[in-house]
Design a protein around this ligand. Structure first.
Ligand SMILES: [Zn+2]
Length: 271
C-alpha cells in the first residue's frame, strides 16, 4: 500500500528570503530563492521517505506557481506547477493522502511576521471563516482537514510558528528564521534550515497519530475585507455576495472547499 505525503510549498518562509527581489518573477534574486525553496522541499521529502512515505506530491504554491526547479527536485516526488488551479495552494490534495506538510509559509496579513499577507497583499485585508480570521496556513489546513489529512509539519519564521500553534499546538515546526520586521529577518544557514526541515518532517510523520485534524464540518460563512472599497464593490457583483460595509463582503458556502473556491474567485473578480 502506498503511503502518501502532500507538500504545499510557498517561498516567503524559506531561509534567506526577505524581500520582493526574492519572491517576484522579475526580482534579481528570484532564481536564487527558487533554488533555496527547492532544496527545502527536498529536505522535507528526504525526511518523509526516511520515515516511510512512498508517494510524494509537491504543489508549487507561490505566485506564478512555477518556482520549484523541476530537475533539482528529489526524484521520488511528482510536481504540480503552473496556474490557474481551482484549489491554488492545495491543488491535488484529497482524502488519499496520509499527511501534509507546508513549507516556506508566512503569517497572515497585518500580523507581525516577515512578508505577511493573505493570498494577495494587494487585494486582501482579512479573511474570516465562521467569525475567526485565518491566514494562508489556517485556510489551507482547513482544506486538508476536510479530507481527513493532518498537517504534520510546517516551516517558516518564528511569528508563523505562533500563528500555527494557536490552531494546531501539536504540529512539528521548523523555525528557519526570526522575524525582525516585515522586510527583515535573521535566518539560520540554508543547510541548517534544510537539516531542521528534514528532521521535523521525519518526527512529525512518525508521530502523526498524535497530531489532531484541523477541520470545520458543514456550511461556512466567510467574511472578506479588501484593501479598497473598489475591490469590495467588484466582489459584490457576484450574486451570492453581500457587501456589509464599504470594504467588506460576506457569503455562505456549503463547506470549506466551496468556500475556498469562492475566496479565490472573489480575489480575482475584485482585482
Ligand atoms: Zn507566496
Amino acid at each position: 500500500m502506498k503511503v502518501k505525503l502532500y507538500i504545499s510549498a510557498d517561498i516567503e518562509g524559506v531561509a534567506g528570503v526577505v524581500h520582493s527581489e526574492h519572491t517576484t518573477r522579475d526580482g534579481r534574486e528570484h532564481d536564487r530563492a527558487r533554488m533555496l525553496m527547492t532544496e527545502e522541499v527536498n529536505a522535507c521529502i528526504r525526511g518523509a521517505i526516511a520515515a516511510g512515505a512512498s508517494e510524494i506530491v509537491v504543489n508549487d504554491s507561490h505566485g506564478t506557481m512555477r518556482n520549484i526547479i523541476p530537475e533539482l527536485l528529489h526524484t521520488e516526488a511528482s510536481l504540480i506547477s503552473g496556474s490557474p488551479k481551482k484549489m491554488a495552494m492545495v491543488e491535488g490534495l484529497d482524502e488519499t493522502f496520509d499527511a501534509a506538510v507546508f513549507i516556506g509559509y508566512h503569517t497572515k496579513k497585518g500580523d507581525f511576521g516577515l512578508l505577511n499577507h493573505t493570498f494577495s497583499g494587494k487585494v486582501v485585508r482579512s479573511i474570516k471563516v465562521n467569525g475567526i480570521e485565518y491566514g494562508e496556513f489556517g485556510l489551507n489546513a482547513l482544506v486538508a482537514g476536510h479530507f481527513n489529512v493532518p498537517v504534520i509539519c510546517v516551516s517558516g519564521c518564528d511569528r508563523l510558528e505562533k500563528e500555527v500553534r494557536e490552531l494546531i499546538p501539536e504540529v512539528y515546526f521548523a523555525t528557519v528564521k526570526q522575524t525582525i520586521n516585515q522586510f527583515t529577518a535573521r535566518s539560520i544557514h540554508p543547510k541548517k534550515a534544510q537539516e531542521l526541515i528534514e528532521r521535523q518532517t521525519k518526527e512529525g510523520w512518525m508521530n502523526r497519530g498524535n497530531i489532531p485534524l484541523f477541520s470545520i464540518d458543514g456550511p461556512v460563512t466567510v467574511e472578506m475585507s479588501f484593501n479598497t472599497t473598489g475591490f469590495a464593490e467588484n466582489a459584490a457583483i457576484l450574486p451570492i455576495v453581500d457587501q456589509i460595509d464599504p470594504s467588506t463582503v460576506t457569503f455562505n458556502a456549503s463547506n470549506i472547499i466551496e468556500g475556498y473556491r469562492y475566496i479565490r474567485s472573489l480575489i480575482m473578480i475584485a482585482n
